[in-house]
Design a protein around this ligand. Sequence first.
Ligand SMILES: [Fe+2]
Length: 297
Amino acid sequence: MIVKNQTQLTEAVMEVMRTSGEDARFQEIMTALVKHLHAFVKEVKLTEKEFQLGVEQIIKMGQQCTDSHNEVVLMAGSLGVSQLVCLINNTDDVDGDTTANLLGPFWRDHTPPAENGSSIVRSDTPGETMFVKGTVTDEAGKPVPDARVDIWHSATNGLYEQQDENQAEMNLRGMFKTDEKGQFWFCSIKPSGYPIPTEGVAGQLLKRQNRQHFRPAHLHVLINKPGFKTQVTQVYVSDDPLLDRDPQFGVTERLVGDYVRHEEKSAEPHTSTPWWSLDYTFVLRPGDSALPRPPIK
Ligand SMILES: [Fe+2]
């Protein structure tokens, strides 16, 4: 089709997207992409200079990706797209909530197995003691026993073990198994928030928008059991002042954990005063139990 104006151009491109190739889902996605992309360009009346700038940012994002850093994922989070994809794929309708959340860049496969009740503090790490009890159920509230539960979180300095030479290998990481009541429990220190990388294009966006770049403190959890969709999630620390300003838009009401502060001395050994407890229930959905690809080795 030789087009005559803007309207015809959008129609012509959509028609090509709709009819090219044999993959129906790919046709659907590309047609909708063109529809909304053209609508966006028309709505803001994108100038040639702005278009060039946009192209340059996309090139830079690719160039800023390495084996251990993904600027594109960071940008997707900074635009709320990662969270939108998570919500769409883990709820039944637009008003539904879920205990699933973003994977983040720091999950490692082959986390060492740990006994329920043990500590995942593997080297001297300052912080306030935290006791966590998790319950894993299906959608009917029935306990899910024998589920693999990977835990990982940052230290008080905001660093994960592989970012910090002062922490032992696999510090603040452990792989637990739920018991017959669907429960797992362990001891650690209270997680801390940390800055997302700001050297790249996503960081530039935040700076230009005067957005703060610290993620609120959270505990990462991955739950795996055949027959259920692998659940990746984060339970956010309830007293973190940045809960409503997460640069990655990950915090949902459902995922703000009730981290309870205890002032009294605990009978447990190696317990700080104050100390913290967290009791949280994770709800699995039926689905694919494949593990995600580890973002880091
Ligand atoms: Fe994290």
